[in-house]
Write a protein that binds this ligand. Structure first.
Ligand code: FAD
Length: 448
């Protein structure tokens, strides 16, 4: 009898333990289910649908070259997977374990014929325990415990998939209309989704792994890996990234630690399934977030990169054009929304969900709550980032010039705060609020 492999956020053939297990049992049928129902408001966002389209096309081609068809179905994942397994007479379904609440619900619903394998994280976060057997809620001790468990298992090669061909009815990828049509807002998405693209990006980054600790904070240089969308979709395994980077020696440590954050956010999401919807600390519930017409206007200005803060605007425009934003700038732009504009971090999280190609429930929620100061692991709400100081400190002039063309002719010294320096061109918006004023309002709001 054939065995079913259920692909989710693990769209790869190499180091795919579910595929290895299935191939060992006989003929393999591969499926992907587009489920916009079970996740509710966390259905895949606009930018990531673009990514998904190309990634599925790439996976289908790679499977097809090995004689396996990728079956596409749409609907509630647990129902669709069970139905397909019945149709082809599969006794068993293999998949990698994932930690989003809707995936956990689907896994539970499928019951005993679903075999789950590790491989979407460096280790199963449920097994990273304190000495007394508890779970971690703070990153540093979690990372220390995870690091002790490293290295992860050596990546496994693509298994031999020859065997009797099994077919079943499949949707056509084009009919899912995952790509934008009118207008096509993805023309600036300079990415090559898929397993081969992921390998190229990893290879291109490796010579820079030693410089990562400092370069990662500088938006004007490409100092980080840009692997986030590939890791979210699982187009390469975290174990592959770990082994490739660790081969560089101890200088890879800061990068590996950052990779560990992915495992930590899965750990928190597994512990607190509604982490993207509710505050981790009561301070969040005390704050009267602004939501009047003025706040709505300012929110729109933030999404469009028209806040009058060049570093924030550059980031928000980079996000819109490319589907990705530099990490340091994500922190500054998020902090500005939450603290200076006093707008609920969940509104910012929503925007990121729809516009990031790497949108990931755990990574997005944990980082937003971290910046907002409402998370179980974050500094107090009263720690407020100074966007103009950050912009100068991390040398963002070239980055701003690249994304905010109105400021192209402003000299470096004035580009972080062109209004303050009296050199802002008329086309560039005035700051929505002054830094001191925004800061004081936020502090007052936190006092309640
Ligand atoms: P690198 O610096 O090269 O890091 C390597 C990998 O480690 C990343 O690809 C990512 O998988 C992981 N990683 C690095 N930093 C973090 C982190 N702080 N938290 C979790 N994982 C991390 N990342 C997402 O993948 N999806 C999101 O939806 C997301 N939302 C964010 C929202 C806010 C407000 C902030 C401040 C950060 C968010 N991040 C998110 C984390 C981080 O900004 C990105 O992972 C990183 O910028 C991706 O670029 P990179 O691949 O070059 O990262």
């Amino acid at each position: 009898a054939p065995t079913l492999v259920w692909f989710r956020q693990d769209l790869r053939l190499a180091d795919q333990p579910a595929l290895v297990a299935a191939a060992g049992e006989g003929p393999v049928v591969a499926c992907y289910i587009l489920d916009d129902e079970t996740p509710g408001r966390w259905a895949i966002g606009g930018a990531q649908r673009w990514w998904l389209h190309h990634s599925l096309a790439s996976l289908a081609a790679d499977l097809s070259a090995r004689g396996v068809e990728l079956i596409l179905r749409r609907g509630r994942a647990a129902e669709q997977v069970a139905r397909l397994a019945d149709e082809i007479g599969a006794a068993r379904i293999h998949a990698l374990a994932h930690y989003e609440p809707w995936w956990q619900a689907a896994e539970k619903a499928l019951g005993e014929r679903l075999m789950l394998h590790d491989g979407a994280r460096l280790a199963d976060p449920r097994t990273i325990l304190t000495r007394t057997g508890g779970r971690y809620r703070i990153f540093t001790p979690f990372w220390r415990a995870l690091a002790e468990r490293m290295p992860p298992p050596a990546p496994s090669p693509v298994p031999d998939l020859t065997g009797a061909k099994v077919s079943a009815a499949s949707d056509r990828l084009e009919d899912w209309v995952l790509l934008p049509t009118k207008p096509d807002w993805a023309t600036g998405f300079d990415w090559t989704p898929g397993e081969a693209g992921a390998r190229d990006v990893l290879e291109a980054f490796m010579p820079g792994v030693g410089a990562y600790a400092t370069a990662r904070n500088l938006p004007s240089v490409q100092g980080s890996s840009r692997l986030s969308p590939y890791l979210h979709m699982g187009e390469l395994s975290p174990a592959t990234v770990w082994h490739t980077a660790a081969a560089a020696g101890p200088e890879a440590e800061p990068f590996l630690r950052e990779l560990g954050w992915r495992d930590f956010t899965a750990n928190l999401l597994d512990l607190i399934p509604n982490y993207a919807d509710a505050h981790g600390r009561v301070v969040g519930d005390r704050i009267a977030w602004r939501s009047d017409a003025g706040a709505k206007r300012e929110y729109r200005a933030w999404t469009k990169g028209r806040t009058g803060y060049p570093i924030v605007d550059a980031g928000m425009r980079q996000l819109w054009v490319t589907g990705w934003m530099h990490n340091r700038v994500r922190m500054i732009a998020a902090s500005f929304l939450v603290k200076h504009l006093l707008i609920d971090w969940r509104r910012g999280q929503d925007w990121f969900w729809d516009t990031l190609v790497d949108a990931d429930l755990g990574n997005n929620a944990v980082n937003w709550q971290w910046v907002a100061g409402t998370g179980v692991d974050s500094s107090p709400f009263s720690r407020i980032m100074a966007p103009l100081v950050q912009s100068a400190k991390f040398d963002a002039a070239a980055y701003i010039r690249a994304w905010v063309p109105e400021l192209a002719d402003v000299p470096d010294a004035a580009i972080h705060d062109p209004h303050g320096a009296g050199v802002a061109p008329a086309a560039y918006p005035r700051p929505l609020i002054g830094h001191r004023e925004g800061r004081e309002r936020a502090l007052a709001a936190a006092r309640g």
